[in-house]
Design a protein around this ligand. Structure first.
Ligand code: NDP
Ligand code: PYC
Length: 341
């Protein structure tokens, strides 16, 4: 039997919605979550694709998540919108706040969206891409749980704290990067552990603080930042801007809030949008042209832009569907067995 199951994107979306709603997720949240999970599977970001349905359902069963709360909007200042997720998942809050963020960025040139009190599992590129689809540059960051040691330490302080950026290009896909400030997303180590695979050295230390390539030992120990002190400083910045500054939980506080139940981290998120038309005025074309020159200088020497792998996977998946790890598929299917929660 093959290790993978071939599905269309519609089948991925439908399976995610059914598994979530069967386990008590409200329909609006299930739809928003399934859209992003399908995008993750489509772009071959396996740590944030269908696998996340398992984590969402475990979180629902923990009783911590509000499965139906609807987000509410508040204006903090003319350029800052705040969306309270009321302890539901973050994605509906993002969708609710996006049009306001875009309008504010177009008015003021620079605007922020704060999301508070949200359970947050998702990759950030769908969000910065959605900002770029409106002709704006976008920056997003969020804490998670304190699994990651600071450079020079061996005990978790930071979350895996992703940072994502998108720049709208005159033609074609935007320039996008999105990475954890840990050496790798925790989801990737979890997938290695599920598959009994070793991890590369440099990702984590074990519970005794010793370097390890054992995925399970890594999950028990502490993850490491990417780029040593540089990733460590960026991760600290994210704790400051996307937790302390916005009045929400740090990764350490999110971990404490979890009380060991293993739910999705609960905290806030910060998104910034920049309107090149306001920054550049009459010089818009020249500014965008300058950016294109920089992209050309990268690609003309054979280096690739971040997200090129993802965009190629997207084109393939749209044309042919996706191959889902059979173990993940079977586990998600099993969530449809038994009584509705
Ligand atoms: P990766 O290390 O896989 O990739 C990070 C970025 O680097 C991508 O934009 C990728 O583009 C790019 N990249 C990779 N290799 C190259 C290369 N050779 N040249 C140029 N660019 C390259 O990601 P992570 O494991 O760090 O993170 C994975 C996902 O996990 C992210 O989407 C992140 O948002 C999510 N995450 C979410 C968290 C949360 O709390 N919500 C916490 C942590 C992570 P490409 O995709 O095209 O390869
Ligand atoms: O993969 O590190 C991760 C992660 C944490 C929260 C959501 N994804």
């Amino acid at each position: 039997m093959s290790d993978t199951v071939h599905l269309s994107l519609e089948e991925v979306h439908d399976l995610a919605v059914r598994a979530l709603t069967h386990n008590g997720m409200g329909d609006a949240h299930a739809q928003a979550i399934a859209r992003v999970i399908t995008q993750g599977q489509r772009d071959e970001c396996h740590s944030h694709g269908l696998y996340r349905v398992l984590v969402c359902v475990r979180s629902l069963r923990s009783g911590k998540v509000d499965p139906t709360a609807l987000p509410t909007l508040h204006t903090l200042s003319p350029a800052i919108v705040s969306v309270d997720a009321h302890h539901a998942y973050s994605l509906l809050a993002f969708e609710t706040g996006l049009p306001v963020l875009v309008e504010k960025a177009r008015t003021f040139g620079l605007a922020a969206m704060v999301i508070r009190n949200c359970f947050h599992f998702s990759a950030l590129w769908p969000e910065v891409e959605a900002i770029a689809a409106n002709g704006l540059a976008g920056l997003a960051m969020t804490p998670s749980h304190s699994w990651v040691a600071p450079a020079g330490g061996n005990r978790g302080v930071f979350g895996t704290n992703p940072l994502a950026f998108a720049w709208p290009r005159p033609v074609g896909e935007p320039f996008v990067f999105d990475f954890a400030t840990s050496a790798i997303a925790r989801g990737d180590i979890e997938l290695h552990a599920r598959q009994g695979k070793a991890i590369p050295s440099g990702w984590a230390v074990d519970a005794e603080g010793q370097p390890t390539t054992d995925a399970r030992a890594a999950l028990e120990g502490a993850m490491l930042t990417f780029g040593g002190h540089k990733g460590s400083a960026l991760s600290a910045m994210i704790e400051l801007l996307a937790a302390a500054l916005i009045g929400d939980l740090t990764s350490a506080e999110s971990m404490a809030f979890d009380q060991g139940v293993g739910a999705t981290p609960c905290h806030g998120e910060l998104l910034l949008a920049f309107d090149p038309k306001v920054f550049l005025g009459d010089e818009l074309e020249a500014g965008l042209h300058r950016a294109e020159g920089m992209f050309r200088a990268i690609t003309e020497q054979g280096a690739r832009l971040p997200s090129q792998r993802r965009f190629a996977a997207r084109r393939r998946s749209i044309a042919q569907g996706v191959d889902v790890d059979r173990q993940v598929y079977d586990d998600v299917r099993r969530l449809l067995d038994g009584d509705r929660l």
